[in-house]
Design a protein around this ligand. Structure first.
Ligand SMILES: [Cu+2]
Length: 453
């Protein structure tokens, strides 16, 4: 993390990513707090509070927490709304709007009972506001442009100030030219920790927010008018295979908080465990009102937090269960070829284009294996390699990695899980029962037409 003055002084060197959390503590003047800036799209470790009541800080997947400073008992933050360049995955960068150098914006963390003062500087070419989704606050602080207060003009700074009356998981986003500004990636999470540190403690607390973009392969700017046909489904403006894993120590109590500011719901499914929803953006769910789940549907404009005890070692997939949301940009006009014989067509096309390869006759898994030529600035629709071959995923997919001996603040990737002997599926090479033997080497995928008469 670096502040702007240090960034300019350092000649904007890449790699100068972690300075500044306590630089603010030293800035004890009454002026505008320095706006911290993040250069990197990789997950930053938890930011333990330098002052005030202690709490277990959250870890934002492929994100970071905004530092604060104390000023006469008020927690001060500085958000800068501005155009950013965000690496969605290695090989694909998007020109988005965000906060403090990234989209999505930094996570804000504070404690129930805190008074917060949040400076918002607008470096966008049009007005903006910040709405504090789910927080209980005075009407004039609610951030609805034209209703709560005038929009923040370009180049101006507004101040929001309110008491945090309840703990929980909230979000922030513009409520001014909302369709454009949210389609461009402006959003972030707002975590209010309970005042009582013994209330529902966890060892690991992950946070991410879901957003969707429509960016044609080879281009950089999202189509802002898209209503439903998005082609990039992101967690914290990041897509598989470059969403970081959720690294967990064996037997940790784990909370995962997921916000949804896309325009459709996302059923988030986690393998290897059952879990309970313990919090919504409305507040904590009392124990008697919880039930077991393995998939939790996150509604549009909503948040769900769920918890589990990490008793099962392994590499466990976590993903949206809408299968188009675990794909990267693709042509939606690709016809279905399953069961068709493309051989004669291939011969004809190869007269004009010798490298032509027909795809899709037996499904689309070949897309995950082949290195097709792609335009600049896009990544394949199905991609990612695991220890046993192509994972054939994209978009909203990651892996929960539960291991022995991970130390408290370590979130670095431990590599792939080694399955103990005798606990992995394997090829059967013995004799098959009669009815399971194929009568032809070629598997039949379409029924033979019945003869008439
Ligand atoms: Cu989804």
């Amino acid at each position: 993390m670096i502040n702007r003055r240090q960034l300019l002084g350092a000649g904007a060197t890449a790699g100068a990513t972690l300075v500044a959390a306590n630089a603010w503590g030293q800035t004890s003047n009454m002026g505008l707090p320095e706006a911290a800036l993040m250069e990197s799209a990789s997950t930053q470790g938890p930011l333990h509070p330098p002052t005030g009541p202690d709490y277990q800080p959250v870890v934002t997947l492929n994100g970071w927490t905004l530092p604060f400073r104390m000023n006469n008992g008020v927690k001060e933050f500085h958000l800068v709304a501005e155009p950013v360049e965000r690496e969605l995955a290695e090989g694909m960068t998007a020109y988005l709007w965000g906060y403090n150098g990234q989209s999505t914006g930094p996570t804000i963390e504070a404690v129930e009972g805190d008074r917060v003062r949040i400076f918002v500087t607008n470096k966008l070419p049009e007005h903006t506001t910040v709405h504090w989704h789910g927080l209980i606050l005075p009407s004039g602080m609610d951030g609805v442009g034209g209703l709560s207060h005038p929009g923040i003009p370009p180049g101006k700074t507004f101040v929001y100030e309110f008491d945090l009356t309840k703990s929980g998981t909230f979000m922030y986003h513009p409520h001014a030219d909302e369709m454009v500004q949210m389609a461009m990636g402006m959003m972030g999470m707002f975590i209010v920790h309970p005042k009582d540190p013994t209330f529902m403690p966890v060892d690991r607390d992950f946070v991410f927010i879901m957003s969707a973009f429509d960016i044609d392969p080879g281009t950089y700017v999202p189509r802002i008018m898209t209503m439903t046909d998005f082609n990039l489904w992101t967690w914290n403006s990041r897509i598989f295979p470059d969403i970081d894993p959720l690294v967990v120590n064996h037997n940790d109590r784990v909370r995962v908080r997921v916000g949804n500011l896309t325009m459709t719901n996302h059923p988030i499914h986690m393998h290897g465990y059952d879990f309970e929803v313990t919090c919504t953006d409305g507040g904590w769910v009392p124990p008697a009102a919880r039930w077991p789940e393995v998939t939790v549907d996150i509604p549009v404009g909503g948040m769900r937090a769920y918890e589990f005890d990490a008793v099962h070692l392994g590499d466990w997939a976590i993903h949206c269960h809408k299968s188009h949301h675990t794909m990267n940009a693709m042509g939606h006009d690709v016809p279905t070829f399953i069961g068709t014989d493309q051989r004669s067509l291939t011969q004809k096309i190869r007269k004009f284009q010798p490298e032509f390869m027909a795809m899709g006759s037996a499904g689309m898994a070949d897309m995950g294996v082949m290195e097709m030529e792609l335009p600049d600035n896009t990544i394949p629709m199905m991609t990612g390699w695991g220890p046993y071959g192509p994972i054939e995923m994209g978009g909203m997919f990651s892996v929960v990695k539960v291991r022995e001996g991970i130390s408290a603040d370590d979130y670095s990737d431990p590599g792939w899980y080694e399955n103990p002997p005798g606990t992995q599926a394997y090829e059967w090479t013995g004799k098959l029962p009669e009815h399971a033997q194929a009568n032809d080497a070629k598997t039949q995928i379409t029924p033979k037409p019945k003869s008439n008469g």
